[in-house]
Structure formats: C-alpha cells, structure tokens
Design a protein around this ligand. Structure first.
Ligand code: AMP
Length: 287
C-alpha cells in the first residue's frame, strides 16, 4: 500500500492520533530524503518494532551553513516515495520549510559541549539546527521510538542527550552503519562523487579499520592512532582531511590514552572537492 503522504501539521497529528487510538505504537524515522539502504535499515527496524511507521523527508535549512549544499542537496521525492512503499511505511511527512519555520520562528535548541567538537567545529550551528528540527518532529509525531544511524555518531549522541535532558518520552534507537561492498558508508552525498573520487572514497573506511587494528594490536596512545588516520587520508589523491579524531564515545572529548571499559570513537571527515564525507567506528578495548 502507498504510504499516506502528508505535508501539513494537522493531518499529520490526526493520522498519528488515529493510529494510537487503534492501539499502535508509533515509530519515527527522520530523514532528509534521497533514501538509500542506510535509511531503509532504520525504517526496517522501525517496521519490526512499532505498529505505525512515520518517515519524515525534510531538507532542514537550519542545519546547513551559508556556504553548504542546501540548494543542491538531492530531492528525488518520487523515488523516495516508491522506496517507502516498498518497505511498508505508513506515513511520509514532507513539509515545506515554511511549515516547520513559519515567519516569526524564534526558538532553537542547543546541546552544549557535545555540539562543539568534530562536525560541530567545521559546521558551526549545524547541530543547533539538527536538535531543533528533531525536537519539533518529536513534538509533532510523539513517537514511542525514533530511529537514527550511527553513521552520524555525534548527531546520535546529541539527540539522545536532548531527549534525556528535555524529558522527551521517546526511546531513541541507534542503528548500525550500512556500507557499500568496499566499506564506503552509504550517504546521500555519495552521489556527488566523480568516478575516481568514488574509488578513492574507501580511504575513510580503510583509515578507520587500520586505526582499529592498531588499537587491537595494543596501541594505547591516541595521538599515534590519530596520526595513522591522518597519514592514510594524506596519501589518498583528491582527499582533503577535515578532521580525524579519537574521542570518548560518550563525552566526545579527545583522548590522550586509550583505556579499557570505555568505548572509543574513531571519527573522520574528509572532503573530495566540495563533497564532505564522514564515517566512524566504535572500538571497545579488551581488559
Ligand atoms: P540523512 O537523510 O542523511 O539526514 O539521514 C537520516 C538518518 O539516516 C540519520 O539518522 C542517519 O544517521 C541515517 N543514516 C544515513 N546514512 C546511514 C548509513 N549508511 N547507515 C545507517 N544509517 C544511516
């Protein structure tokens, strides 16, 4: 069956209220569209765990910087709707920016400290836009569970913190990264890559897995681990490092020594031309 397609707030609320009256639990998968297998894995998790699955498709202007790719971000809506039908989504919410940010909109959410490093340092204001739109979606849909990808590790961490700090009654689920056969993490931005850039883009995953191997072999100096990733990216033609980081997966603070019992997040952002790719791996150090 085709999902219900909704662009306004009142019909969204009505449909969700009806589902709840029928006794269904509500699952929410927020996306910016240009759906791929990564998004579909979140939708499938929602489908398996909740009765009524809402997918939002909204290219959120407040999370893009003035020099970023807001206007050229892909918007293949018809194809997205076909994919949503294929994975049995119940409702697609696709608002215009003016529905989410009407004239006079004034309120923003910030998750302090967690928003500052990693992607937040290269994209000032990005996570303020993300947290704000996600809280709005939480309030509009009031889902029992909401699904996010570990692909955007800092985003996932920030949203969990926001839901907890602001007492949003939602269970935040974080799903594993879906990758291409060569290891490249699926991303809507991969379609910007030229053929040679696409071949080189596997360098992110290679850098991360090499760093993980080094940790597994006993390396405990975070600077050495980080340098390995920096060197791998530097040796890749067409690739420019934005950041390489070895941080505590919970606090997102840079580490100096790696210690057992606290998960480590290895995180990378790399540019190919104007296309910025991110990827990460979590590593648990054995005692
Ligand atoms: P986006 O449309 O890029 O805003 O992504 C929507 C959601 O899909 C976010 O929670 C992302 O973390 C998640 N996502 C994007 N790519 C992947 C991937 N390769 N694997 C798993 N989840 C992903």
């Amino acid at each position: 069956m085709k999902p219900l397609f909704v662009t306004d707030i009142a019909p969204l609320r009505n449909a969700v209220t009806d589902a709840r009256r029928r006794g269904q639990t509500i699952g929410l998968v927020p996306t910016m569209g240009a759906l791929h297998e990564g998004h579909l894995s979140l939708i499938e998790a929602a489908r398996a765990e909740t009765g009524y699955v809402v997918v939002s498709i909204f290219v959120n202007p407040t999370q893009f910087g003035p020099k970023e790719d807001l206007s050229r971000y892909p918007r293949p809506l018809q194809h997205d709707l076909e994919l949503c039908e294929r994975v049995a989504v119940d409702l697609v919410f696709h608002p215009e920016p003016a529905v989410m940010y009407p004239a006079g909109f004034r309120t923003f959410v910030e998750v302090t400290v967690l928003q500052d490093g990693l992607c937040g340092a290269s994209r000032p204001g990005h996570f303020r836009g993300v947290a704000t739109v996600v809280l709005k979606l939480f309030n509009l849909v009031q889902p029992d569970r909401a699904y996010f990808g570990q692909k955007d590790a800092q985003q996932a961490r920030i949203i969990r913190q926001m839901a907890e700090d602001l007492n949003v009654p939602v269970e935040v689920r974080i799903c594993p990264i879906v990758r291409e056969a060569d290891g490249l993490a699926l991303s809507s931005r991969n379609r910007y890559l030229e053929a040679d850039e696409r071949r080189q883009a596997v360098t992110l995953y290679r850098a991360l897995t090499e760093a993980r191997q080094r940790i597994e072999a006993g390396e405990r100096d975070a600077a050495h681990v980080r340098q390995m990733m920096v060197d791998r990216i530097a040796s890749t033609s067409g690739a420019t490092l934005d950041y390489a980081a070895v941080v505590d997966a919970d606090s997102l603070e840079a580490l100096t020594r790696l210690v057992p019992a606290r998960p480590v997040l290895l995180a990378l952002a790399v540019k190919f031309g104007s296309t910025r790719l991110i990827d990460n791996l979590q590593v648990w150090i054995a005692d």
